[in-house]
Design a protein around this ligand. Structure first.
Ligand SMILES: CC(C)(COP(=O)(O)OP(=O)(O)OC[C@H]1O[C@@H](n2cnc3c(N)ncnc32)[C@H](O)[C@@H]1OP(=O)(O)O)[C@@H](O)C(=O)NCCC(=O)NCCS
Length: 196
């Protein structure tokens, strides 16, 4: 692990010491798909995570793993996976493709930890834009993104096929090393990153 990654991990772990953020592996896929199924009205197709993990060179994937061993909710011998994030690196843009936390583990700062790790890594890899789409009615997710200084810059009317809900397009206006430093320092834990 690089010195920078060590510092990032230290800041992230301040939030919930029983959660480790690490890259997704093949063994994680059944639990990741289960979280996807329980979290979204329109889950990704069954093969999607396998494709993102093994075949899509643009994809970066992390999971949140519970460090304390538990028999509940995970296959024998495997750690409990409680959340995941997928980011597509499209040229200089980091696009948040999906993020979800198991319902039993929400409101503990785990999505914040996942998003911080993903955004810092995207900046380290040269991204200077961050974008995402979110349902107009998904207030919890919008609040999460607002904490990370995402702001609404547009919308796609009737974008979602299940209920014809609008998609809001959100971006971060200043997505750079200063922003990453705010995440690394952990100040995002008490408010928006870099908030004066
Ligand atoms: C959105 C989601 C990922 C948040 O995960 P989480 O681990 O519970 O979020 P965190 O505990 O890290 O919360 C971070 C911030 O998000 C916001 N937030 C999270 N849940 C919220 C809720 N139910 N209502 C309002 N704000 C909420 C808050 O601003 C919170 O900051 P705070 O703790 O200072 O109040 C989770 O609710 C989820 O998996 N939802 C279903 C999937 C989904 O909608 N994904 C987003 C697709 S765009």
């Amino acid at each position: 692990m690089s010195a920078l990654s060590t510092r990032v991990q230290a800041a992230i772990n301040l939030t919930n010491p029983d959660i480790a953020i690490r890259r997704m592996t093949q063994d994680d896929l059944p639990q990741v798909k289960a979280i996807d199924q329980i979290s979204f009205n329109m889950p990704w197709p069954d093969s999607a995570y396998h494709y993102e993990l093994n075949e899509n060179p643009l994809s970066l994937l992390w999971v949140a793993e519970q460090k304390t061993p538990t028999d509940a909710g995970s296959p024998p011998g495997l750690p409990r996976i409680v959340g995941m994030i997928v980011v597509w690196m499209i040229l200089d843009e980091a696009h948040i493709a999906t993020i979800a936390v198991h319902p039993d583990y929400r409101n503990q700062g785990i999505a914040r930890q996942l998003l911080a790790q993903a955004l810092i890594t995207a900046i380290e890899r040269g991204a200077n834009q961050a974008t995402l789409e979110v349902r107009a009615g998904n207030i919890a997710a919008q609040k999460l993104y607002q904490r990370f200084r995402f702001a609404v810059v547009g919308n796609r009317p009737r974008y979602y096929k299940d209920n014809h809900e609008d998609a809001l397009i959100m971006t971060v206006s200043q997505f750079d090393k200063t922003y990453a430093d705010g995440l690394q320092s952990g100040t995002w834990n008490n408010g928006c990153p870099n908030q004066e």
